[in-house]
Design a protein around this ligand. Structure first.
Ligand code: C2E
Ligand code: CA
Ligand code: CA
Ligand code: CA
Length: 274
């Protein structure tokens, strides 16, 4: 019979084959799914830690394919990035948000936060897309763009950054502390907001080393006068911890799971009543 090691490598090769097969086959459906309107815009409230008011939302994309299966954004976003489909996808999301602006409170300090892949920036079109959204939103509400370090922002020019800033759009670094270029991003982007990754929030009370990193990120941001949003807040303990350390805003299941944007007005009504 086969030696165990050979069996293991055969199984591994087969698993890789299966995985890569499904990866390749997903890319085409993404472009179809855009035209079939299979993507839905969800949102998750962002809560001011000092007074508990909802100060904004983050938009999050959802995909329910034609077989009624939910595909996680952790799967389809990286794929869309690889296959050059992230720009049409983000444009689709922006269009949906523009169509549904009336769902959100007309407060000039209420912000809609959108995840933007670096690629989108690199292609320059982002500034035009965002300008369009901005023109229909402003001065009714504010806009924030969340950037991750997944793709390097080599091409992002200071020109683009200052153009967006001149429009009054806020820039946030998403998943701060998880990438390798976080610190250089602080310099090139001069962000308005840092989002503390949920892994750090989860470390509170459970993981001393990450909890130390969390405190360091908080101190760093406060010294630089950059606002902080803690992500992945699931418990009262985590919320209290962030509040005590003057983290500006909180986001997570403790307050609300992401919901379809159509439901947001009734969520807000209930939330504000309590
Ligand atoms: P992200 O931008 O870091 O978004 C936060 C993720 O954490 C969301 O996952 C959200 O549902 C989840 N989350 C929120 N609160 C909690 C909590 O209390 N506990 C836990 N365990 N998780 C929480 P989601 O919606 O599955 O999105 C995953 C990632 O996919 C996002 O991470 C973002 O990087 C990407 N993504 C989602 N929508 C878009 C989009 O429209 N454009 C782009 N470029 N990326 C997107
Ligand atoms: Ca985000
Ligand atoms: Ca994040
Ligand atoms: Ca994340």
């Amino acid at each position: 019979h086969l030696p165990l090691s050979l069996l293991i490598s055969l199984l591994t090769a087969f698993a890789i084959y299966l995985l890569s097969g499904s990866r390749i086959s997903l890319a085409y459906p993404i472009s179809q799914a855009i035209s079939h309107r299979e993507f839905q815009v969800y949102c998750q409230p962002i809560i001011n830690s000092a007074d508990g008011r909802c100060v904004g939302i983050e938009t999050l994309m959802r995909w329910k394919n034609h077989r009624e299966e939910w595909i996680s954004p952790d799967v389809f976003i990286p794929l869309a990035e690889q296959h050059g489909l992230i720009i049409p996808l983000t444009r689709y999301l922006i269009k949906q948000v523009v169509e549904k602006l009336a769902l959100f409170p007309a407060r000039s300090d209420f912000y809609i936060s959108i995840n933007v892949a670096a690629q989108h920036f690199n292609e320059m079109v982002i500034v035009d897309d965002i300008r369009q959204l901005w023109l229909s939103a402003e001065p009714r509400l504010s806009l924030m763009l969340e950037l991750t370090e997944r793709t390097h922002l080599q091409e992002l020019t200071t020109e683009q950054i200052s153009e967006l800033k001149e429009m009054g759009i806020m820039l946030a670094i998403d998943d701060f502390g998880t990438g390798h270029s976080s610190l250089s991003y602080l310099k090139t982007l001069t962000p308005d907001v840092l989002k503390i990754d949920q892994a750090f929030t989860a470390s509170i009370g459970t993981d001393a080393i990450n909890a130390t990193v969390t405190d360091t990120i908080i101190t760093l941001a406060q010294r630089l006068k950059v606002k902080l949003i803690a992500e992945g807040v699931e418990t009262l303990e985590q919320a209290d911890y962030m509040r005590k350390r003057k983290v500006d805003a909180l986001q997570g299941y403790y307050f609300s799971r992401p919901m379809p944007i159509d439901i947001f007005p009734s969520w807000l009504e209930h939330y504000e009543k309590d």
